[in-house]
Each structure stands twice: as C-alpha cells, then as structure tokens.
Ligand binder design. Structure first.
Ligand code: PMP
Length: 431
C-alpha cells in the first residue's frame, strides 16, 4: 500500500490563509504528518483528498457510533429537511427525542438539549449552584469537561507524583485563561474516596463533577466502591453529583456508565453518540432539579440552536437504531476483538503498553507497565512514541486518535478489524 498525504499538506497550507492553522479546533492541530483533509466518509471508512481510504477509529472524536452516513439517520434528516430546520419553538421531533433520552439514562426524568457538551456542562454547574446556594465545584485531575475558563482546570503533577491535590492549574495550559475563573474549582485526585469525603465534609461544595469512567486522558475504571462512596458522600453533604457522560453516554450501553456500573447521579451530561455526528448534547437529571430551569428559581439556560429540528431527527434515528436488539452486544463483541488484537500485537512486538477501557472506547497507554488508576499514572506515557505509531498506522490505512483513544462503530466488522490488527502489527515492526 502506498499512502501519501501531499494534497492534505498543500490544502492545509493554503487554508491557513483563512483558518488559523488550517483548522477550526485546537484538537485538530499538530497532527502528524499533517491535519488531514477529507472528501467523504462511509461506514467505517474515511476518504481523504489524496484518495486514501482510511479505517476510522477517530469517529469524529466519538460520535459516529453507527459509522458514517448510516441509512436511518440520513433518511430521518432528509425527511426533516422537508419539514423545517429551526422553528424558534418546540417540535414533536424534539419531544420524541426527549422521551427517548429519559427512557434510556437512569438519572434522566427531564432533559435540556444543547449544541455542545461544553454548554451542557455550564448548565449543570449553574443549576447545581442555584439549588445548593453554594459556589465550590470539585473536579478531578485529567477529567475534561469542555474548554471554558471556569472548568478547564486540572492539577500540576508534583515531582513525587503526589501532593498539591487542590491546586488547580490550566489543564490545557492555555494562554489567556482567566485565572480568577478557577477560584471556585477544587481539583482532586480521582479514585481517592478519602479525598472526596474529606473535602465534602466541610459542607460548602455545590457539585462534584466527574467522568464516571475516565475516557479522556486515558481509560480508567473507577475502583470498586468508589462511585458508590462518592454517591453516598454527596448525599450526606447535600452536594449535587454530576456524571459527565459526553463520551460514554449511549456508547458503552443504552444507559451509559451509570447503568453499567449501577450508580445514579443527580445530573448527567451526554453528547457525541446521541446523534451520530449531529451537534447535540444535553443535561438530564431528576425532575426536582431540572424543573428549576422552568419554575422556582427559573435558572437561566438558553441557546438559539438548542433542539434544532434536524439534530433532533438525527437523535431520534440514532437512539432508535441503538435500541435495536443486539446492537450493544455486537459493539461490545467487535470492540473486544479489536482491543484484544491490539493488545496482542503490542505484546508480540515486545512493547510495554496497557490497553484499558470499555471495548467501545479504549485507550492504549504506550510505555505503561501496569493499568493506570488515575491521571497521575498516565503522566508517564510515551506520547511521542505513540504519535509515531499513529503516523505509521496512517501509512497502513488506519486512523486513530493521537492521544491514545480508539472508538468503534457498529460498521467495524470482522474483516475491517482484522485488517486493522494487521496494520498495527506492520506499523509496530521496527518502530
Ligand atoms: N465532557 C467530556 C467528557 C468530553 O469528552 C467532552 C468533549 N470531548 C466535553 C465534555 C465537551 O464536549 P464538546 O466538545 O461537545 O463541547
């Protein structure tokens, strides 16, 4: 196979006259050999402007759970286009989507839709502060909840890897972040129940927000009893528990991590897989909390494009497709085939690496010798080495996220997965 990316290189250079860096998101910068430029996509495949066909594990950074251009979603969107795009009011398709979401996520009695996970997080924080009358939000190292100033905080690892649990520093190290915006955020090391219990004991924390199974900087499950312990501590302290399931919601099962692990938060944020690539996210939770948006305190939440009809049609079609019997079992099976194949290839190449997470979203921790427990264990990953691998994978027609995550869709069948594993083995040879 001969994969060349010259046209992407040229077009990114030319587009940089109009788009900073030739891209519209910083997450797309700095990708070797170049940010790619795509022409079209179908099922598990991306087709770029150089004419390459790439097996896609980026999946739009997670949303494309049914693969690219699934028939039911394309058809539903086509039908909705004939009926209207944005009404500045409610629609039956929005009500149908809301009922589906509430039927699937355990904590969801009510839902508010938004256009991005970042916005839904903001609605959650505001609601939690409104109902508790408190200001402080607790988050965890390495957990990502959007790119806004008031939540893009993590913790600088100290040389000994511990300490400084409560000192927030910018997660993405971005210039221009309002330093004051971190004053009400306290960052703890995840999977440490003692730290949560200790901090919540002071009775001034509005909300604890976390990825209930960490999928961003690495894929890490909560330790047995951790989620249950945080749930109990929140209840005792009158603190709102928020699960950010933007990645895991509708991906790891119909009810997300909260259903899989059997711990129900007060509020949850979802996005990505809910609409298979259309910009939909949302906040869901108990009626008592969520109704505060409309009655009682009338907590402010808005958005011109919230529940725009095309995106709602895509949501309904996606969720109905996901509800078809056997869908999640198939995803799990195929994800397992891929995960074990990648792990075996790494092992056979004599590399120390961990492959952790759900089968539907997992991470490769290059250079790690044992499964990570929290963000501090991931700091030592060989990022440069892994980026080299992802660049070589492109030469074998496989596109994966440079940060270690692999997403799978229902269209990744056995043949595609086996071709991928061959590509991994070939890429690892002589790395
Ligand atoms: N929360 C989590 C857990 C995420 O993974 C992301 C995005 N990757 C967000 C929030 C932000 O979502 P969006 O990019 O749609 O704003």
């Amino acid at each position: 196979m001969n994969f060349s990316f010259h046209r992407s290189v040229d077009r990114i250079r030319e587009a940089s006259q109009f788009l900073p860096g030739g891209v519209s998101s910083n997450f797309r910068l700095g990708i070797a050999p170049t940010p790619l430029v795509f022409d079209h996509a179908e099922g598990p495949f991306l087709h770029d402007v150089d004419g390459n066909r790439l097996i896609d594990y980026y999946l739009g950074m997670g949303p494309m759970i049914l693969g690219h251009r699934p028939e039911p979603v394309v058809e539903a969107v086509r039908r909705q286009l004939e009926r209207g795009i944005l009404f500045g009011g409610q629609s039956e398709v929005e009500f149908e989507a809301a009922e589906l979401v509430c039927g699937m996520l355990p904590c969801a009695e009510r839902v508010r839709f938004s256009s991005s996970g970042t916005e839904a997080v903001q609605a959650a924080l505001r609601l939690a502060r409104a109902v508790t009358g408190r200001g402080t939000i607790v988050k965890f190292e390495g957990h990502y909840h959007g790119w806004l100033d008031n939540i893009l905080w993590s913790v600088a690892p100290t040389p000994d890897g511990m300490g400084a649990e409560r000192t927030p520093v910018p997660q993405a190290g971005t210039a221009g972040q309002d330093a004051h915006a971190g004053q009400l955020i306290e960052v703890l090391s995840w999977n440490r129940l003692d730290l949560v219990e200790d901090r919540l004991g002071r009775g001034d924390v509005a909300a604890v927000i976390m990825e209930p199974a960490m999928c961003n900087t690495g894929a890490i499950f909560p330790e047995p009893g951790y989620l249950e312990g945080v749930r109990a501590a929140c209840r005792k302290a009158g603190t709102i528990l928020i699960f950010d399931e933007v990645i895991t919601g509708f991906r790891v099962g119909p009810g997300g991590t909260q259903a899989r692990l059997g711990v129900t938060p007060d509020l949850t944020i979802f996005g990505k897989a809910v609409a298979n690539g259309f910009p939909v996210a949302g906040l869901a939770g108990s009626a008592a909390l969520m109704d505060e948006f409309a009655t009682g305190r009338k907590v402010m939440h808005g958005g011109t494009y919230n529940s725009q009809a095309i995106t709602m049609a895509a949501t309904v079609a996606t969720l109905r497709s996901l509800q078809a019997p056997g869908t999640y079992e198939q995803l799990e099976r195929q994800g397992h085939r891929l995960m074990t194949g990648v792990a075996a290839a790494l092992r056979d190449a004599g590399l120390s690496a961990t492959v952790t997470g759900f089968p539907q979203i997992f991470h490769v921790g290059f250079g790690l010798t044992s499964p990570p427990r929290n963000f501090r264990d991931i700091i030592g990953v060989d990022r440069a080495g892994y980026v080299r691998l992802t660049t070589r994978l492109l030469q074998h027609g496989v596109r994966v996220l440079e940060r270690g995550a692999w997403f799978i869709s229902t269209t990744h069948g056995d043949a595609v997965i086996d071709e991928t594993i061959d590509g991994v083995r070939a890429s690892l040879a002589g790395l």
